[in-house]
Design a protein around this ligand. Structure first.
Ligand code: C2E
Ligand code: MG
Ligand code: MG
Length: 246
């Protein structure tokens, strides 16, 4: 009903290159306006997952993001890559890859302008994940592992799957400038990603000390309140125009 009633909308949170501070992309984050209140995705996404409605939700988000990218491209906004979260539950649907590709094609958006964020749990169903990710990557999509290091998985999957990017979970970034354990885990993830030829994004960067520590450890990019909160589409476009000046 939320989809039918037009109660869902998307905010875009910028991802910036730590060295140059230029915007490299954004993550699409879903919001639900219900009875005059904004419901957090941490509340309604798990419910959508339990009921399998998550497939319709993820597809709606992808379609809406494609529509927005097309609109931005037409207005001459600098092209950046938008990351879309796809639920692990969605991978149980046999036609998932074909359905996502069909949505992207229907909007005539280049797959290079999109990144799919998945969680480590997806990779546990080894053969299925390998098949589906191979299809998505052959199509031209970038694959990112969200909240890296917080799920149940083995490091060996990093060499078995076509993964382009790791996102350091906020729980590690939180203490990266103040806690020796978090710093050790954070720099190990950065080094792992770099040696495997992947890019690495830090999530939930809130203070300048975290930014400095991440930059010094060789992290490529960051996302968090220090740079910007998730923004409505028009505000994101404005932010991009003012922050990506040559
Ligand atoms: P996520 O994908 O790990 O997204 C990052 C979350 O961290 C977002 O919460 C974002 O608003 C928040 N965040 C970003 N920077 C900061 C910061 O500096 N400090 C703090 N404290 N938080 C920060 P949000 O928007 O509430 O989303 C929560 C989760 O809901 C997401 O975690 C993602 O797993 C899920 N989600 C959101 N949108 C979608 C969607 O379209 N589809 C699916 N399947 N899941 C979604
Ligand atoms: Mg995410
Ligand atoms: Mg995350």
């Amino acid at each position: 009903r939320a989809i039918e009633n037009g109660e869902l909308y998307i905010h875009y949170q910028p991802q910036v290159n730590l060295e140059s501070q230029r915007v490299i992309g954004a993550e699409a984050l879903l919001r639900w306006q219900y009875n005059g209140e904004v419901v957090d995705p941490v509340v309604f996404i798990p419910v959508a997952e339990q009921s399998n409605l998550i497939v319709a939700v993820d597809e709606w988000v992808l379609g809406e993001v494609c529509r927005q990218i097309d609109k931005w491209n037409k207005t001459g906004l600098p092209a950046v890559r938008i990351s879309v979260n796809i639920s692990a539950r969605h991978f149980r649907k046999e036609s998932m890859a074909a359905d996502l590709m069909q949505i992207i094609n229907a909007h005539r958006v280049s797959p290079q302008q999109l990144c799919i964020e998945i969680t480590e749990g997806v990779l546990m169903d080894f053969e299925r994940a390998q098949r589906m990710l191979a299809e998505l990557v052959a199509f031209g999509l970038v694959i990112s592992i969200d909240d890296f290091g917080t799920g149940f998985s083995s490091l060996s999957y990093l060499k078995r799957f076509p993964i382009h990017e790791l996102k350091i979970a906020r729980s590690f970034v939180d203490g990266i400038s103040s806690n020796a354990d978090d710093r050790a885990i954070g720099s190990a993830i950065i080094s792992l990603a770099r040696h495997l030829g992947m890019s690495v994004v830090a999530e939930g960067v809130e203070i300048a000390d975290q930014h400095a520590e991440l930059d010094a450890s060789g992290c490529h990019s960051g996302q968090g309140y220090l740079y910007s909160r998730p923004l409505p589409p028009d505000d994101f476009a404005e932010w991009l125009r003012t922050h990506n000046l040559p």
